[in-house]
Unconditional design. Sequence first.
Length: 165
Amino acid sequence: MEYSHFAMAPHVLDEALAARVDELYDVKIRACTTLFTPKVVEVDPERKHFVYSSWHFSAAERKAHDRGLCNYVPFLFHEAPRLYRVYHEPDVAFITVAPMDEYGFFNLGTAVDFIKAAADKSKKVVVEVNDRVPVCLGGCNESIHISQVDAIVETSWEMPVIPNP
């Protein structure tokens, strides 16, 4: 299972997955620099249900790792799209997106790096539509079409802001 990353990590889908902790076993979750401690990590300290791993650690993930709740998976960031295209075929991707435009596309917001490659290879794609996600343009790999989406969850949560030092 894939979580979109950085500020775009799914909040509502993470909570919903955590709520099913007693129903699920051996769910492997791959993320990258999640800015909060995922609920799936907190509800399963023995890691019988959820095994959470991160490509790069945020402060929250580093603290979870120090408590034995998160694995570190080393890689070079620029290699991620190829890793998905060649080696990884996730069962599910949970991706936070901006609201759909008039052409049926959901913009990936600030996660316009490798999450599109993960979505393209995933068997199922669930989007968490957040009306506060900024639309980031680029002309390549910045959106996903509704025809590629298996489920939609509408949300509204404040995007994280890093204070000016």
